[in-house]
Design a protein around this ligand. Structure first.
Ligand SMILES: [Zn+2]
Length: 74
């Protein structure tokens, strides 16, 4: 009886948690990619060592990525 109960509960919770993590990671990757594509072409962002030191557009894109990353942190 107990074995059946545990088996039913385990995979369901695990699957839901994985799906949520996957959604957050998708958003993070998309935001990071937007910034990366910008920084690759932008002279202002290409030269700086940290994304925070880039141009205004670059900093905005980086901020979006950081927000997406924070959303994934419990
Ligand atoms: Zn830039």
């Amino acid at each position: 009886m107990n074995e059946t109960h545990d088996t039913d509960r385990g995979p369901t919770n695990g699957g839901m948690a994985r799906a949520a993590v996957q959604r957050v990671e998708d958003g993070m990757l998309r935001a990071y990619r937007l910034w990366f594509e910008h920084a690759r072409r932008c002279d202002g962002c290409k030269q700086v060592k940290r994304a925070q030191d880039g141009c205004e557009d670059g900093r905005t894109l980086w901020g979006t990525y950081r927000l997406a990353r924070i959303e994934g942190t419990p």
